[in-house]
Write a protein that binds this ligand. Structure first.
Ligand code: ZN
Length: 231
């Protein structure tokens, strides 16, 4: 992995300790050309920056060390903690909503994440979209979160990857730790993952639809009443 060291004026005056870094935030730059992001982060008028820019060929531009508080997250919240810049590292991958990302980029991201998780207290890897929902959409649906999940196991103490709780694979763990899983332990990994990913249960979904239907009915009634007053 080729790393070019860069610096940026767009950072907070005070840094932080590695033990206070608990979050990794994945972004896309919005362009496949890295030069735009690299020069923008060096520009004091930009007021934005990130720790890494990962070019399409996998080359990494590192802005400052991970203890610098850089400005990639903006107005954001994770697990009830506002302003994620203070406790996160920003990874900008060159690409757009549609472009997807290259093998070389995933390889560099993997190396950076493994190194940073090892040296900090990072327990969650999320997208900008997860900490600023409604405001940000990166890295978007073409980013392969399953790959990132494959890079970690239970010993890495990861709580969330891609905005959902991290469930490591029971079969692999059994192999590694020589623990024998009871056959038909009551659930399969697929079932657990589906449960977590869906977020909203079928019952809740029905409830929501009922509420919408009632809301619409009362809206019609109020229109009729208004018309009655007029005529
Ligand atoms: Zn972003």
């Amino acid at each position: 992995m080729d790393v070019t060291q860069c610096s940026t004026p767009n950072k907070s005056a005070k840094g932080r300790m590695t033990k206070d870094i608990t979050l990794a935030v994945i972004h896309y730059t919005g362009s496949e050309n890295e030069q735009g992001a690299v020069s923008w982060f060096k520009n004091p008028d930009a007021k934005v920056s990130a720790h890494y820019v990962i070019a399409r060929n996998g080359e990494v531009f590192q802005f400052e060390t991970i203890t610098a508080k850089l400005w990639h997250a903006g107005d954001s919240t994770w697990q009830g903690c506002k302003w994620c810049n203070g406790y996160s590292i920003g990874y900008e991958i060159c690409g757009t909503y549609e472009s997807g990302f290259t093998e070389e980029q995933y390889d560099s991201l993997r190396q950076l994440l493994l190194k940073d998780v090892e040296s900090t207290a990072i327990d969650s890897i999320v997208g900008h979209e997860h900490i600023a929902p409604g405001r940000k959409i990166d890295p978007g649906p073409n980013f392969d979160w399953d790959r990132v999940r494959d890079w970690f196991d239970i010993d890495d103490h990861m709580k969330f990857i891609g905005g959902v709780p991290f469930v490591s694979k029971p079969e692999e763990l059994a192999e590694e730790k020589e623990v024998v899983l009871a056959p038909n332990a009551g659930f399969s990994l697929e079932e657990v993952t589906v449960e977590i990913n869906s977020g909203i249960s079928e019952e809740e979904e029905k409830e929501e639809k009922r509420e919408t239907a009632t809301g619409f009915a009362s809206f019609i009634v109020s229109i009729i009443k208004m018309l009655e007053k007029l005529f």
